[in-house]
Design a protein around this ligand. Sequence first.
Ligand SMILES: Nc1ncnc2c1ncn2[C@@H]1O[C@H](COP(=O)(O)OP(=O)(O)OP(=O)(O)O)[C@@H](O)[C@H]1O
Ligand SMILES: [Mg+2]
Length: 258
Amino acid sequence: MSEQVIGRDGEIVKRDETVVRPLNRWSTTVHLLLQHLHDKGIENCPRLVTVEGEYNEVLTFVSGDCYDYPLQGAIASELALESAAKLLRRLHDASADFLSLHQHEDLVWMLPSREPYEVICHGDYSPYNVALSGEQVSGVFDFDTAHPAPRIWDVAYGVYCFAPFKTDPVDALGSLSEQVQRTRLFCDAYQLLEKDRQLLVDTMVMRLQTLVDFMHQQAQQGNAQFVANIRDGHDKAYIKDIDYIKENHQIITAGLLD
Ligand SMILES: Nc1ncnc2c1ncn2[C@@H]1O[C@H](COP(=O)(O)OP(=O)(O)OP(=O)(O)O)[C@@H](O)[C@H]1O
Ligand SMILES: [Mg+2]
């Protein structure tokens, strides 16, 4: 048996072809979602192998290359961007009947649900939560943040992460016009409707503000991970990005519409 730490200061371990991760209050709901996605023919996400005692879940390992910011190499390619958007569309379509099939169960999500409940959003659909085969996004993991919400809620966050509209000098990529072009490619590949394109920038701002508020609320309740995030200035970085997106509202929206 081989074991290798792959995340969160030793809390996430690759064991042979599985991943061992800590269980959370919402894990049973996430396991139902992963099973549902597989039942719908989505093989690009982990499967639950087993739950070990009270503390750990064992998931299948999603094969492929993993990346993080700054986006360089295959993850920065247009093919990665478009295949990421297409996979997000498939996840959303496959999840659309999840709530109606599980309406008699007590579902628990990490993040607050947001109406209208069109699909189950991944909640953190970003370059660091997908796996690539060459330049093609071939897998997705880390469903802890999944929650019911409209499609655009996830598309907005995906665009923010993949365009990316990040102002931090390490995380930023390309000029504004390149970011707008990448936003367009992502929305076209997702086949985002025109009414949602009109709302995309406002939704991006709301999505990021909701994230900042959630971080502050969790830190106030003593959640160590969020206390550390705020100490490291993550909330301030998001607030700068919100300002950047707001400043360029018109340019981004114009680039999305014909
Ligand atoms: N099922 C999986 N298949 C393949 N790789 C995985 C899987 N789950 C996790 N990983 C790898 O472990 C890393 C951390 O896991 P994950 O994204 O699930 O947790 P996280 O909460 O984002 O942790 P961290 O704070 O370390 O990013 C991922 O970036 C990925 O490289
Ligand atoms: Mg992750």
